[in-house]
Write a protein that binds this ligand. Structure first.
Ligand code: PLP
Length: 392
């Protein structure tokens, strides 16, 4: 293998690029985690994380990845044999549902085409057919990272309300938080799940569950075993309970810096930056698609994600080869296909600490990969991306 120089481009939809400020904030000695200084630091962090979710509720920080936060959310609000609905946004909805099943939850998928956002009316119809209210929660993935599609959470809330159903709305924001608007309280989301290595620009290792009063009411009645994840245990006013043991100090130092950076940039600017970069990526994909071998998975413009784009590849060509060439020859890491798109897609992540030259470099490297692999593609994808970025 040849020696690599320069920056390796990381365009996977998690983990994402980590700013040097975050890395530097972590480069320090360990501290006494039960001491007053760290206690004050952690207490403030647990408050300052709330605005990221736009909630007045409680946010729990776990030393775990997103899959851990999935378990944390479910085990704190459900009881054995409870039923949940999972609208089929893509592979992540199915995986979360599998995890719920493994916890002893009865799980029903509301089927959907992976090229379009879920249909709130389908959910409403299913909830109307449950007059006994056997369904305790709706598990919704905001942006499914397999499809690159973002669903309309307020429309889902309206559907649940229209059905007059008390099910909790539990939302996975792992691939959407800090890349696109999310309003936990205003949108009537009861539980929100997130992880730190995507829009939050952190190394993997922390995840979050935000809960409102309705979620806490369900928590008090729920009986699933929850050990490490238990909200009640973590709410005790004893520093070492907040993280159920040794605090993941360095990740928390990094998180502090990431939150400060997010607040400096401002939410609206962050969403606008992601929207512009996503539009540039889609402009390139649109041009490449003109030769008929490639296509954006997300059919409907208003549903296309700010954070990740899934590119479907004609069966005559191998997306794994495209990714391999991009990695080996052009120092660019791309996302693999997932679920029903496993064999016929690759993904470009475009979230987190990212700017125009990074995205242009990545798109140029993808184009070079298409050339090497002999994948027919329209000429001028990168130029189309430049036009988008130069337009405002
Ligand atoms: C990445 C991701 C997950 C899984 O997170 P891990 O940290 O890999 O466990 C879950 N849901 C969505 C939408 C994701 O993008």
């Amino acid at each position: 293998m040849s020696v690599k120089r320069g920056r390796i481009f990381l365009q996977t939809p998690g983990p994402t690029n980590i700013p040097e400020r975050v890395l530097n904030a972590m480069h320090r000695s360990a501290v006494e985690f039960a001491g007053p200084e760290f206690g004050a630091f952690a207490r403030k962090l647990l408050i300052d994380i709330k605005p990221l979710f736009r909630t007045e509720g409680t946010v729990f920080i776990y030393a775990a990845n997103g899959h851990g936060a999935w378990d944390a959310a479910l085990s704190n609000i459900l009881s054995p044999g409870d039923k949940v609905l999972a609208p089929e946004t893509g592979r992540f909805a199915l995986s979360w549902a599998d995890q719920a099943r493994n916890l002893g939850i009865e799980t029903e998928i509301v089927p959907n085409d992976w090229r379009r956002a879920i249909v709130p009316a389908d959910l409403e119809a299913r909830l109307r057919a449950d007059p006994e209210h056997a369904i305790k929660a709706v598990l919704l993935v905001h942006t499914d990272t397999a499809t690159g599609i973002t669903c309309d959470i307020p429309a889902v809330r309206r559907a649940i309300d229209a059905a007059g159903h008390p099910a909790l709305l539990v939302v996975d924001t792992i691939a959407s938080l800090l890349t696109t608007e999310f309003e936990m309280d205003a949108w009537g989301v009861d539980v929100a799940v997130a992880a730190c290595q995507k829009g939050l620009m952190m190394p993997p290792g922390l995840s979050f569950v935000a809960a409102n009063d309705k979620a806490f009411a369900a928590h008090r009645d729920s009986t699933l075993p929850r050990g490490y994840w238990d909200w009640t245990d973590r709410l005790q006013d004893v520093g070492y309970k907040w993280f159920c043991g040794t605090a993941p100090e360095h990740l928390l130092f990094g998180l502090r810096e990431a939150i400060d950076m997010i607040n400096e940039e401002g939410f609206d600017a962050i969403f606008a930056r992601h929207a512009r970069l996503a539009a540039a990526v889609r402009a390139a994909i649109g041009v490449w698609s003109q030769a008929g071998a490639l296509e954006l998975a997300a059919r409907e413009q208003s549903e296309q994600a700010n954070s990740v784009s899934t590119i479907l590849v004609d069966p005559a060509y191998d997306p794994v080869e495209i990714r391999t060439i991009c990695r080996d020859r052009f120092d660019l890491a791309l996302g693999n296909g997932l679920g029903q798109f496993e064999k016929n897609s690759f993904r470009i992540g475009h979230m987190g600490d990212l700017n125009a030259p990074m995205i242009l470099g990545a798109l140029a490297a993808v184009e070079a990969g298409l050339v090497v692999c002999g994948v027919p593609h329209g000429q001028g994808g990168v130029n189309a991306a430049i036009d988008v970025l130069a337009a405002d």
